[in-house]
Design a protein. Structure first.
Length: 372
């Protein structure tokens, strides 16, 4: 079987595609996979690193502004759109795929649209509760529209072949054990709070978490794992300004990145984070109580909708960034960690939302439209 995967721009589109590629490669030994992404995009680095063939095309999205710079950008985007369709046709003709799978992002548009016009089966995967523009456009041509969240169905705007698959979650996340993880990290029985804002960091999350982290360093009440991100290297100094030297506090693990997320997530009693689709799927699989702070700087405010799909099921708490203060976050953390019954209810409700066989569901759909 020959398969083209297309998706990119953010890790939220790339990681599901790589998870699908891994499942296909593992289960269908004769498969050949080509990943088509944006030239210079994050995928241009991550995909080859993961061991898959990659081809880049020039593509970009439109800016919703009438500023001169935006107008110039949008004119270039139109030209790239025309060129990307020709590039996609050339790639498809040469590779001769049996199926094309898209996971969202601007680059999946020209690739899957061209494939559909050439009579090649296409299927798409939508990670978020609020569908992206590209996937909404491609849905009408797709043989199957795979959804991670049932809430996305009413927002797609059409009667398509919807199939709830969930988001592919790494096996290490599914199997990670709390007791084992705590032992590996050298943690004791005190509550563990895990907080992060993504690989780049989130300034508002860093600022709002500093007070309770500094307090914990002083009173030792909680054990903290916090990642401040690439642009948050000032965070340890902020803690020092608040009277807490993280280097001298054994209960504080303050770092730039979390490179052992399965272990850290398993060890946590409470998680504070953004509401990206893949992150929420991991919280669900692990059954972790969480305080979600959706990023307001994303298309269609989709992180808010992602978060509310958990909040409405009693599986998480939410603080919108416009309402976020250090005092409110500290009070919410204290309230949740002082109420074991509430934490247990959040945990149980999160687990009810989890789909742990997403990869197998997606593989069965791919097989349906490919002659093996």
């Amino acid at each position: 079987m020959r398969m083209i995967l297309a998706g990119g721009g953010t890790a939220g589109h790339i990681n599901p595609a790589l998870a699908i590629a891994g499942t296909v490669k593992d289960k269908i030994k004769s498969s050949e996979i080509l990943y088509v992404g944006a030239e210079g995009g994050m995928e241009a680095t991550l995909v080859p690193k993961a061991g898959y063939d990659f081809v880049g095309i020039k593509v970009s999205g439109f800016k919703r502004s009438i500023a001169p710079s935006a107008v110039v950008h949008n004119i270039a985007t139109v030209n790239r759109a025309i060129g990307s369709s020709f590039a996609a046709r050339k790639i498809i003709k040469e590779f001769k795929p049996d199926i094309c799978v898209g996971t969202g992002g601007y680059v999946s548009g020209p690739v899957l649209r061209t494939a559909a016009k050439m009579g090649i089966p296409i299927i798409i995967h939508e990670q978020n509760a609020f569908p992206g523009v590209t996937n909404k456009m491609l849905a009408r041509s797709a043989r199957a529209v795979m959804l991670a969240n049932a809430d996305a169905k009413s927002r797609m705007g059409g009667k398509y072949n919807y199939i709830i698959t969930g988001n592919p979650v790494r096996q290490e996340i599914i199997t990670a054990d709390k007791a084992t993880a705590r032992k590996k990290l050298g943690l004791d029985e005190r509550p563990v709070v895990l907080s992060f804002g993504g690989s780049l960091g989130a300034q508002r999350i860093n600022e709002s978490t500093a007070d309770y982290i500094a307090r914990s360093g002083i009173d030792g009440k909680y054990q903290i794992i916090h990642a401040y991100g690439k642009f948050g290297k000032w965070f340890p100094d902020l803690l020092r300004e608040k009277g807490c030297n993280p280097d001298e506090c054994s209960n504080l693990d303050i770092r730039e990145f979390i490179d052992n997320m399965p272990i850290c997530l398993a060890a946590a009693d409470l998680v504070i984070c953004r509401a990206g689709a893949m992150t929420l799927s991991e919280l669900q699989v692990q059954g972790k109580p969480s305080i979600l702070i959706p990023s307001p700087n994303v298309a269609e405010n989709h992180q808010y909708h992602n978060a509310m799909s958990m909040v409405n099921e009693g599986a998480a708490a939410i603080i919108e960034e416009k309402d976020l203060t250090a005092e409110k976050l500290m009070q919410t953390v204290d309230d949740m960690l002082s109420d074991p019954k509430r934490l247990e209810q959040y945990s149980e409700n999160a687990k009810k939302l989890a789909i742990t066989d997403s990869n197998d569901r997606i593989l069965s759909i791919i097989k349906k439209y490919v002659k093996l």
